[in-house]
Design a protein around this ligand. Sequence first.
Ligand code: ADQ
Length: 481
Amino acid sequence: MAEPESRLVAVSNRVGPLSDEGQAGGLVVGLSDALKRRGGLWFGWSGETSDEGTHSQERTEVEGNVAMTTIDLTEEELNGFYYDYANRSLWPLLHYRLDLAEFDRASDRIYRKVNHRFAVRLMPHLKENDLVWVHDYHFFYMGSELRQAGYNGRLGYFLHIPFCAPEVFSALPASHDIVRALLAYDVIGFQTDTDRRNFVGFCVRELGGRKLEDGRVEVGDRTVIAKAFPIGIDAESYSRFAVSPEASSHEEMLLDMSRDRRNLKGEEAERKLIVGVDRMDYSKGLLERFYGFERLLEDYPENRGCAIFLQVAPLSRSELDAYADLRSELERTAGHINGRFATLDWTPLQMMTRGFTRKALAGIYRAARVCLVTPLRDGMNLVAKEFVAAQDPEDPGVLVLSRFAGAHAELECGCIVVNPYNTDDVAGALQTALTMPLEERKRRWELMREAVFTGTAQHWCQSFLATLEAVGEAGAGSPPS
Ligand code: ADQ
């Protein structure tokens, strides 16, 4: 008889929701499926602050065989751990923005303290034979803290954002401490092979480690598996969302706006919709994208009066200066472009910061002739995959994708690849996309569809957990020191 699967314990900054028809995001879908199948615990921050610190109350919600347990941060921890260290030091650094990264001793200390506190609070919940899977840049030290607290079971880690080149990462004062702490995990997962190579490169160059066979790396007495596990979406559900009544009403509204209209001269103009969907974050290359659209209107004037660029950009981390500055700059640039090109019956660029349900978003993707995904750096980028899953097979849109998005590795088979820093390149790609014949659009989309429906969120989760599960049996990682 097959061995029963081990219980899964997932740790991430935010927890849940476990079941939500509207959810098709990678982390939530992948983990919810696996948690429900294996039973387990999802542990993280409540999203609340309170003064109790070490003794803060634990809240647990139970759904079937899954418990979701959260604790609060103090106000000081929220600032030092979340805003300062995670989002003012680590996020810009790992996205190659050393110019925006700020390093200070106080937030480094609070970040380590929060990792310690979360490990201590998780410890009593752990059982022998559990699979513990920690997520993202908020919890680099969690694994080593759990080891120090006496946990000897299997520990996995997945980084959702890029792991930057070793020369860049070594600028972080705690770079050695962080990578040594990561070595407490048995399996370290990355979005792409480039990220994995950067991590292994750091281990070899900075810590005197050795690259072994089968994706393993050895540093001192530790051997760990470092491997790429590209995250995906629940492609089946997403393509169903895209034909739901809610999606269709959004699609229709946009198509209506895009239908042939007469301009003031009485000429007919088919309006073509370009969409972008991103959290308002400097890593997403929004400003460069706006310039690319402006160049399209400059260099290919036939698009004036026809092309409409809709940028959905929900606000994110607005408390941080870099994000508030970005918002002002985007609003100023959108105003400049509209002021320069708009006519009485045509507004070229529309930016909105409101959220949409996933179904509404799927309808927006389906109405678009082109999706513009041009991050300057991105771990994966699920928007690119959602756009592909949402398309109408009879009239699919075109994906213009940055070479610096993790998704590029899987989608270069069918997308138009751009360098987001190159304004001419973005404008040229947009023109190619807007004029692409139906047959070519279909051919390219089929190739991308195959990739998106193969590399799903469920596949991501299963392959990571299978690798972690195998560690115990085969002893691929050395016993923790
Ligand atoms: P993010 O940086 O948040 O994720 P992304 O992968 O594109 O980036 O995911 C964003 C999600 O938010 C998408 O599922 C999208 O549909 C949704 N969304 C965006 N705008 C919305 C709106 N207005 N209303 C509702 N939903 C909206 C991080 C990393 C990525 C990595 C993921 C998963 O930065 O590189 O792909 O984690 O690992």
